[in-house]
Design a protein around this ligand. Structure first.
Ligand SMILES: Nc1ncnc2c1ncn2[C@@H]1O[C@H](COP(=O)(O)OP(=O)(O)OP(=O)(O)O)[C@@H](O)[C@H]1O
Ligand SMILES: [Mg+2]
Length: 1168
């Protein structure tokens, strides 16, 4: 299984990952599950347990005794940042959980690894170190961090060399306890560490049972020492040293001592042990080995060193005088006290063989033990942390031990294991159940074995435990003798009340939580004393080697009262104190068999461990209890998001008391009520899955919030774009509106500017005639406006051609009209049609003559304006204007626009208001020959003004508007000329659509209609409305009067073509309008009044305007119609038929002009 994924799959297939989920809670089920997994190389099931504040797993680790590829860096990577429920149970999972909890909860953690010797505790601890070193630092981590990680990793080969040994149970058995606190800074990087070592099994230095070895380091040294070291320190083969051969085992299967020694030397270098120090260490090791080779010669009760050479060499190695060494190894100083305050007498007593051998071995053990402490101390110096923030403690302590012969060492080891079991019970069972009672939680209590009674049996003072009894014996019995053991045997009876204690002959039995162990009494007192004789201490303190004297800093007197039992009790309680301050994690190591064999599952052996580890109790408590609990405040802080009653939009909103807040959250969560309880200060959740569900809800909330924020942002972004587009569009619209408005304003302004001179001109004209001459009604309307160039001279090529050089002069006025001419024979005056064109300098009259059957424009007269000094008009309603010309015949014209023409000439010529109003006007027929025009009112001639009766100078006129008539709104329009008539056109158009009533209602002030526009005295409303509407008003001369749209609208038809739609709308079937009188106004007849300018009813049909008298139309008579011109061709001059179809009467009456269709422009002129 190379990859992690494949391994994971296997892990999930066999047995149960979590044994709290077993269907039956029995020891057998636990064992079977372990076996099923073990058989498939799955060594890590777990128990999900609860502790005070969190759910923690107890990892079960079964020693496979073979390499399983589940510790690669790839698998490390899989566990990084993953919760323990995501991946199969693993030692990395525990490491990860501890590390993350430390960072997240900001609490120190500890991992308590327990199990029998050889179960795999040290391997597990190493894997944890490896994991932490792998997952921390990296990237920019500085040199210090890497150094710390290196030291942490290098502690293992060093401490294992000096602290581990091959035993029957374990080829690499840790012969000391170790609590390794790894320190971290706030970033989670290792910052240092602290190693606390417990109870090194120093007896191993001098003795090993068959099949076991001394500490690894001696054998490694013997194979790995340099030649120099061999020469200097007498290092030979391990075989040559007594201390290394008592177990009769020199090598360990699978262990390369030479390689290991290299690792040790490398580790020393990494840790910073310098060459001198290393040399001293070698010297001490050699000294120990050579001390073991010292032999005694026994004579009675006196033992003396047998081999002086060895003694000398040991003295050399210890750098002490030989005599002192000899004395310390052969004798003992005794001191007798005679009274409390009296100084005793001291004397030297020779040692017997037992005492001498004890002194020798004691010296060796002391040096080794001190050397080991020095190494640990030195590691701690190298690992010293400046300011640690957090800590993960890893406890790898010797496991529970049961041998055939168990002595003081086993008692100490098993005592420590009892203490650790106590913590475990406290965390997982006792505290938990007590808490349920305290909090008033309903649950079923679980029976479990509380091993406190065993701890008390060993350590308590009252009733006295084993250690206090031992200490008591040590204090009272000085000598190392059978007497001491006997004394202990007697006094241990004090412990017999404890049901876990049985005193037997020369030994005693303790019923440990892990099983019964029988301890031998012999040698216990001596071992408990753990004292190097005063003579030996004084001797080593005389060493010339400061390293050696440094190992024994204490004074010879101060060591008297510290027994091994006292020390282990003190350090065990200190350890318990340290562990209880951390969040605990448990690794419970099991061994599948005692033979260190792979693939062998010894059922009963495993069952024994299952029982004493109390796994069944753990599962029961877990299943009947509550997996998780926490105080109300913390619960709300963590899960307020789950309830709408406690949060809004990701913010905590709860203002009530904590317990109600918790209740709200729990009730609102989709969790069954039986899954939780509320205690007096805490919330309790039954199943771990419930907690995971809460976590999921919380995480999902954030997830949803993120999605919602994303969606909102997208919506906002879209909206922003939409709004931006709208603003852009609005801006564009505004811009175009503004441009339109500007264009409209400019247009209006231009119109105003263009119209203004004409307005002024009109006012000037009004002033000229006001009160002097009767008026046309139309002239008085506000609609009527001076326009000047009624013929649109720019487009009149024929007229311009006729003007000759004058064509280049700016045209100021042009219109159709008639001029008074005199017959060449009789000189009789008569009227003749003329185009009247006033340029800046001259007045031109142009006539049409038929030449070669073609209508040809011919210049009739050209009168310089400068020669016109005065003018004359009648007082009556007519269109005659007499212009008196100096040095030539006067020019007499009849045109509808005579007032405008006069006004212009008055302004720009030489008339200078020299205008005479008279009904008898004398004029010069030619220079010096005068004639007279006589104006006679004849009411019968209704249309005289438009179509005057003229005969021999006599003109009949009809009634016009009084001379006193004034233009309406004169004053107002003076201020804003264009405005005065702006409102009406809408109504006109709408009226034309035949919805006058309704529209008028909507567009004019109630009931007023068009009346407001014209206010002509003497006219009723109906007339006013009629006269207001421009549509039926024919513009003589073909031009449309400047309509509401401004001059441009009137310009088009000025060429004589009927205005667009004129004939069709104006009167279908009626005769086409004459060329001079023009087309009916575009607006069509519309009004009910008489259709001015419309031809009388004829065969072509009645004009729409109705049968009213047709003002201005020539009376029907022979030739009348032709004279006025028939349709003469397509009304638009474009050759197309008029919309209304050719007037039926047209061709008959006038027919097409000779020569066929006109040249596309205008109708045929009237015949002269
Ligand atoms: N996870 C493992 N994978 C492979 N082999 C293992 C594993 N754990 C332990 N072993 C084997 O078991 C041996 C004993 O393990 P270890 O030294 O960790 O036991 P221990 O519990 O520390 O015993 P002791 O209390 O004697 O120190 C190791 O040397 C190794 O060979
Ligand atoms: Mg170990």
């Amino acid at each position: 299984m190379a990859g992690g994924a494949a391994w994971k799959d296997v892990m999930r297939q066999e047995g149960l990952d979590d044994m709290t989920l077993l269907s039956k809670v029995t020891n057998e089920q636990i064992r079977d599950n372990l076996k099923e997994r073990y058989d498939n190389d799955i060594i890590y099931p777990k128990l999900t347990l609860s502790s005070q504040t969190s759910i923690s797993d107890v990892l079960i680790s079964m020693n496979p005794y073979k390499a399983i590829p589940i510790y690669s860096k790839e698998i490390v990577a899989e566990y990084v940042g993953r919760s323990r429920i995501e991946l199969p149970p693993h030692i990395f999972s525990i490491a990860e959980e501890s590390y993350r909890s430390m960072l997240n909860e900001k609490e120190n953690q500890c991992i308590i690894i327990s199990g029998e010797s050889g179960a795999g505790k040290t391997e597990a601890a190493k894997k944890i170190m490896f994991y932490i070193a792998e997952v921390t630092g990296g990237g920019n981590s500085g040199g210090r961090l890497e150094q710390v990680k290196n030291i942490i990793l290098e502690t293992n080969p060093l401490l294992e060399a000096f602290g581990n040994a091959k035993t029957l149970r374990n080829n690499n058995s840790s012969r000391f306890g170790k609590y390794f606190e790894l320190y971290f800074n706030k970033n989670g990087d290792p910052d240092g560490g602290l190693i606390t070592n417990y109870l090194l099994e120093k007896s191993r230095v001098v003795f090993q049972i068959p099949g076991e070895r001394n500490f690894h380091v001696f054998y490694q040294y013997c194979v790995g020492a340099t030649q120099q070291e061999r020469n200097d320190y007498g290092i030979n083969s391990a075989q040559d040293f007594v201390y290394l051969t008592t177990g009769n085992t020199l090598t360990v299967e699978g262990m390369d001592d030479y390689q290991e020694w290299n690792d040790v030397r490398k580790a020393m270098n990494v840790i910073g042990i310098n060459a001198n120090e290393q040399a001293s260490i070698m010297q001490c090791l050699a000294a120990i080995l050579w001390i073991g080779n010292l032999t005694y010669r026994v004579a009675g009760e006196k033992a003396t060193i047998a081999d002086q050479g060895t003694l000398d060499f040991v003295a050399y190695l210890l750098s002490v005088p030989v005599a002192f060494l000899k004395s310390a190894l052969e004798t003992r100083q005794m001191e007798t006290k005679h009274g409390a305050n009296q100084r005793g007498t001291s004397y030297v007593v020779p040692l017997n063989e037992v005492q001498a051998l004890a002194a020798r071995d004691g010296l060796a053990k002391a040096i080794y033990s001190k050397l080991f402490d020095w190494l640990v101390e030195r590691l701690n110096v190298a690992l010293k942390s400046t300011s640690p923030d957090y800590c993960i403690g890893v406890l790898d302590i010797y496991g529970f031990e049961v041998f055939d012969n168990n002595s003081f060492e086993q008692l100490c080891i098993n005592y420590v294991n009892e203490k650790l079991q106590q913590i475990f019970i406290q965390f997982t069972l006792k505290n938990e159940q007590e808490e349920y009672v305290r909090e008033g939680i309903k649950w079923t209590p679980i029976e479990y074995f509380n091993n406190k009674i065993v701890c008390d049996l060993i350590e308590e003072k009252r009733p006295p435990g084993i250690f206090p009894v031992l200490d008591d014996v040590c204090r009272s019995v000085h000598a190392v003798s059978d007497g001491a053991d006997k004394a202990l045997q007697q006094r241990l009876s004090a412990c017999s009340e404890n049901p876990h204690f049985q005193l037997r002959a020369q030994n005693f039995l303790v019923k440990h939580y892990a099983g019964d162990v029988t301890y031998k009494v012999a040698g216990m007192v001596e071992k408990n004393k753990d004292q190097l004789g005063k003579d030996l201490i004084e001797m080593v303190q005389m060493s010339q080697n400061p390293f050696i004297t440094g190992l024994f800093p204490e004074s010879a007197d101060s060591v008297v009262n510290t027994t091994a039992g006292f020390k282990i009790k003190t350090s065990a309680n200190a350890l318990v104190g340290a562990l209880t301050k951390c969040t605990p994690h448990y690794v419970r190591c099991l061994k599948p068999n005692d033979q260190k064999l792979s693939n062998v599952f010894d059922g009963p052996r495993v069952m024994h461990q299952i029982k004493y580890l109390g796994l069944l109790d753990n599962i029961k408590v877990r299943r009947s209890g509550f997996a998780y609990r926490t105080i109300f405040k913390k619960f709300i802080e963590r899960y307020f998001l789950i309830s709408g009653r406690t949060s809004y939009a990701g913010q905590k909103t709860w203002k009530g008391d904590d317990i109600s807040g918790c209740r709200a959250i729990l009730e609102d969560a989709p969790v069954d009520k039986s899954e939780w309880q509320i205690g007096s200060s805490k919330v309790f959740l039954k199943a771990p899955e419930t907690l995971f569900a809460f976590e999921d809800l919380r995480v999902n909330y954030y997830h949803n919030m993120v999605s919602r924020i994303k969606t909102s942002y997208r919506t906002f972004r879209d909206h922003k774009h939409k709004v931006a587009n709208r603003i852009k569009n609005a801006f564009r619209t505004w811009k175009s509106c503004r441009e339109e408005a500007i264009a409209a304003i400019q247009k209006a302004y231009r119109a105003y500017k263009g119209a203004a001179p004409y307005f002024d001109l009109k006012m000037a004209g009004e002033k000229l005639v006001e009160g002097k001459k009767q008026r046309q009604r139309y002239s008085l309307t506000s609609v009527r406006k001076y326009f000047g160039d009624y013929l649109g001279m720019k487009g009149q090529r024929e007229l311009l051609a006729a003007m000759g050089p004058g064509a280049s002069e700016p045209v100021m006025f042009s219109a159709k009209g008639q001029a008074v001419v005199h017959s060449s024979i009789l000189g009789t005056p008569k009227l003749s049609p003329r185009f009247i064109i006033v340029t800046q300098n001259n007045i031109y009259t142009i006539m049409l003559k038929v030449k070669n059957n073609l209508a040809t424009h011919i210049l009739d007269r050209q009168v310089p304006i400068s020669q016109i000094n005065s003018a004359s008009m009648s007082t009556q309603y007519d269109n005659f204007l007499v212009l008196h010309v100096t040095e030539d015949a006067d020019l007499i014209v009849s045109t509808e626009f005579k007032t405008e023409m006069l006004a212009w000439l008055n302004q720009h010529g030489s008339i200078r208001n020299n205008v005479t109003y008279s009904d008898k006007i004398k004029y010069a027929k030619k220079k010096g020959a005068f004639k007279e025009l006589t104006f006679v009112k004849d009411t019968m001639h209704k249309q005289a003004a438009l179509n005057p009766y003229f005969k021999k100078g006599k003109i009949l006129t009809s009634d016009g508007m009084p001379a006193s008539s004034r233009v309406k709104n004169y004053e107002f329009r003076k201020k804003g000329a264009p405005k005065a008539r702006v409102e009406r056109p809408r109504e006109v158009v709408q009226v034309r659509r035949g919805n006058a009533t309704g529209i008028l209602r909507g567009t004019t002030k109630a009931g007023q209609g068009a009346k407001n526009t014209v206010n002509v005295p003497g006219h009723d409303d109906g007339e006013a409305a009629d006269s207001y509407a421009p549509a039926p008003t024919p513009i003589r001369g073909g031009g449309q009067p400047p309509g509401p749209g401004g001059p441009s609208r009137g310009a088009a038809p000025a060429r004589g073509a009927p205005a667009r739609g004129g004939p069709a709308r104006g009167g279908p079937g009626g005769p086409a309008p004459g060329p001079t009188r023009g087309a009916p106004q575009r607006g069509g007849p519309g009004g009910p009044g008489p259709a001015r300018g419309a031809p009388p009813s004829g065969p072509g049909g009645a004009p729409r305007g109705g049968p009213g008298p047709s003002r201005g139309a020539p009376p029907p008579g022979p030739g009348g119609a032709p004279q006025r011109g028939g349709p003469g061709g397509p009304p638009r001059g474009a050759g197309g038929p008029p919309r209304g179809g050719p007037a039926p009467g047209g061709p008959q009456r006038g027919g097409p002009a000779p020569g066929g269709p006109p040249r596309g422009r205008g109708a045929l002129p009237p015949r002269p």
